[in-house]
Design a protein around this ligand. Structure first.
Ligand code: PRP
Ligand code: URA
Length: 209
């Protein structure tokens, strides 16, 4: 059964407020998304398995721990997911990065695929699909489906803001995928935008309109 985790760390919540604010300009928006992505990466890796190793400190031998097990793959959904990649790589520098290009048709709100490039060993990796917005859930669900068709077995979804509709959609379509967000908002409006949300994540990150 898919679980929903809301990261309530005060620094994440504080920065999210300024990300939402319509008076926050592109430069600051980008910096804040990058910082929150680093903090969320710290939280989402909380359950990584450890193994014991023996090393020499300058004083003595020490039995201590390093991360073991599956390697990580980050899968940003283009475009807006790109804004979270560097922030995550700051603390997971060895992760490989695959790209899924999807845009949401403004009329039908259905995702349209235009690009796919993945690490060759995705079936052996723990994949984190990243996108700031989980609105109808169509894009995230389609991205996860593409990854499964390419052999992925272990997938998490990480978003800044989710609508309840998007959470339900992903949980229905992929009950093996846990969802990690900084906030679950009230609803979608008639244009499929999250309310109150942050507006159009891609446009705000890249200064387009
Ligand atoms: C946004 C966002 C998600 C999608 C969410 O991308 O980054 O990918 O919409 O909506 P959904 O849950 O209803 O599918 P958009 O389609 O605007 O493309 P862009 O990132 O290229 O701007
Ligand atoms: N995509 C966005 O960028 N924002 C929303 O609120 C919904 C979909």
């Amino acid at each position: 059964m898919s679980k929903l985790y809301v990261f309530d760390h005060p620094l994440i919540q504080h920065k999210l407020t300024y990300i939402r604010d319509k008076n926050t300009g592109t430069k600051e928006f980008r910096e804040l998304v990058d910082e929150v992505a680093t903090l969320m990466a710290y939280e989402i890796t909380r359950d990584l398995p450890l193994k014991e190793v023996t090393i020499q400190t300058p004083v003595s031998e020490a039995k201590t721990k390093v991360v073991s097990g599956k390697k990580i793959g980050l899968i940003p959904i283009l475009r807006a997911g790109l804004g979270m990649v560097d922030g995550m790589l700051k603390i997971i520098p060895a992760a490989k990065v695959g790209h899924v290009g999807l845009y949401r048709d403004p009329e039908t709100l259905k995702p349209v695929e235009y690009y796919l490039k993945l690490p060759s060993d995705i079936e052996e990796r723990e994949l984190i699909v990243i996108d700031p917005m989980l609105a109808t859930g169509g894009s995230a669900s389609a991205a996860i489906q593409l990854l499964k068709e390419k052999g992925a077995k272990n997938i998490k979804l990480m978003c800044l803001i989710a609508a309840p509709e998007g959470v339900k959609r992903v949980q229905n379509d992929h009950d093996d995928v846990d969802i990690y967000v900084a906030a679950v908002d009230e609803k979608l409006n008639d244009h499929g935008y999250i309310v109150p949300g942050l507006g159009d994540a891609g446009d705000r990150l890249f200064g387009t309109k």
